[in-house]
Every structure is written in structure tokens, then in C-alpha cells.
Design a protein around this ligand. Sequence first.
Ligand SMILES: Nc1ncnc2c1ncn2[C@@H]1O[C@H](COP(=O)(O)OP(=O)(O)OP(=O)(O)O)[C@@H](O)[C@H]1O
Length: 350
Amino acid sequence: MATVSLDRVDVRFPDGTAGLSDISLDVRDGEFVALVGASGSGKTTLLRTVAGFLRPSGGAIAIDGTPVAGGGAFVEPEHRGLGMVFQQHAVWPHWSVGRNVEYPLRMRGEARARRRELATAALERVGLGGFERRDPATLSGGQRQRVAIARALVGEPRVLLLDEALSALDEPLRDRLRLELHALTRELGLTVIHVTHDRDEALALADRVVMLDGGRIVQAGAPEELVERPATADVARFLSDAALIEGCADDAGFAATNHPLRLPAPSVSGARGTVTLAVLPEAISIEPGDDAVVTASLYGRDGSDVVLDWAGVAVRCRSRAHRPKVGDRMRVSVARAIAYPLAIDEQEAA
Ligand SMILES: Nc1ncnc2c1ncn2[C@@H]1O[C@H](COP(=O)(O)OP(=O)(O)OP(=O)(O)O)[C@@H](O)[C@H]1O
């Protein structure tokens, strides 16, 4: 178990691209942190920088209080005490399962008998007891990923880094491995940093979700905090599929600029002035009427997942009472919404 501390970390690539800018993040001992954000937001760069595959161009990183990068320090990846699981190519195909799992121990110079003993225990832990002699080519995708997890755990890492570790798997296997991974890491009290493009996976697994945008942290907090109190309109859109509508908010309420939406003041929290209004799917209800046209309607266990074209804005909501069909016309009611100040460059573009 260990803490991971990033202090004002910058990463600039040789071509000048800023990979990370001013990242400060303290991952607590035993905490499960999920990194989310759009493609190119810097998730993998952050993970690779903690792993030691990338050197920060500014700032410092410490693992369990020991500096590993920055301020003249640089500890090579293999000496950082980390376990890593990636999406693909995680298992060497020409080695038996046992040899794959033993690899980190061999690198560390453990004696053969001890390696065997630890590899057997790690395989049992991921539900693959007795698989030591198997050829990875004879395993299912889920079993191969379990081998990768066993290999990451065998050296009793201080921190586990997961980069889209479950993304290549199909449901329901992925769901099962997600539950197992969560139980296992909690049981071992491991500190975990998990990169995923799957929002629901991040919200389900993490103690804390960190959302990145353009190499910066835009919000870090408990899953419910990001869902209920998104820091920006983009967080609301990215994590919760909020519809974003521009307009003006004042003491009288909200009036959209190019849209029929009007809301009374008590329904609008947040900023006043020229704003982007974020309307979360939970705040929208629909009934047959004339405001909007259904463009998608997918059945789900918790009601239909409905997307509507509401005067040019795509709006998403759940409908328990109705299961509308594509093309149906609906009346839309908005119970509440959050207003965010419109950025200066957005105002100029508007
Ligand atoms: N070796 C590199 N050289 C130059 N730019 C790079 C390099 N690696 C990544 N980048 C850039 O750094 C930014 C962050 O990339 P990164 O791979 O961390 O994003 P990501 O959030 O993991 O994206 P994805 O979800 O698509 O994997 C992107 O703009 C990317 O193009």
C-alpha cells in the first residue's frame, strides 16, 4: 500500500505538445482513483508518467513520500514498486501462464521455489488455480486478462496502475471481472489508479473520479459529487450526458438564446448572466405533446433511454411511463438545471 503524490506536474512531448499541465493530485493510501476524460485529455500520459515511462518536464512525483521524479530525482519504472495492467498485449504468448506470472519475480532475482509459490498463490487469487502450465493461446480473453492481473499483483506492488485493463473484454465477462477486480483490490487494500473511457465503470469502481481535459484536472471528487455537482458544463455533458443550452440567467429565471426553453428562477442554480445551462437527464420528463421529436429510444431495465431533438438541441432522458417510438412528438418538462458562466472565448464565438 502507498500514497502517490503529484505536485504541479507538466509533461511536454519532444514535438512541443503539452501532454499534462500543472497536475497536482494526492492519491491516498488504499484509494481507488479513476481517470476519465475525452480522447486526448491526458489520461494515459498521466498514468505513464506515474509509471516512469515518461519524465515530467516540470513538477515532482513521490510514491509513499519517496521522490521518484522531479527535483533531480528519477527512479526507473521497475524500481517504483508498481503493478501494471494494460488493455492489450498484456501476456507474452510464447511463455506458459506460470512463467508469465513469475516474470516480475525473476526480474527481482527471487529463487525459483519462491517464484513458483508466489505465482501459484497469485493465480489462485484471480481464480486461475492450476493454470500454471497452460499456453496463453488456449485461454479466453477474460482468462488472459486475469493472468495479466495476477502478474501485476505477484510482486505485492505498492500501487496498481490499470490502463483500460478491462476495455477489450465483452460484457458480461467485463462486468464480472470488474466486480472481481474491485473486491480483490479492496481486500488487498491496494492503491489503484485506473484509466478508463467507460464513465459508468469509473463511477462504479472509484472512491474518487478525476476528470481531465486538455492535460489539466477539471474536477476531482467522489463519483456522486461529479454527477450531482459537476464543476463545469463539460463535466456535466461528459459524465452525465447533460444537454447544454446557452442563454441568460437572472433573478427572473433562465431564457435560452436560440431555443424555446424558459425556466423560473427557483429551478436554476449556479451562475447568473450569460451562461451555459446544463440539463441533466434526471431532470427531464416527457409526455406526448409537441415540443420535441424522438430520435432514439432504447429499452433498458430502468426505463427507456430516450434522445429527442428539441428545437435543434439533442436532449437525453429516461422515461419509465412511456416507451416512445422514433418519430413520436413529446412535450418536455425541465425540473431543474445548473447554469455555468459562459467562457469569454465562447461568448465571442456566440
Ligand atoms: N509521444 C507523443 N508525442 C506527442 N504528443 C503526444 C504523444 N503521446 C500523446 N500525445 C498527445 O498528448 C495528449 C494526451 O494524450 P493521451 O494519450 O494521454 O490521452 P488519453 O486521454 O489517454 O486519450 P485516449 O482516451 O484516446 O487514450 C494528446 O493530445 C496526444 O495527442
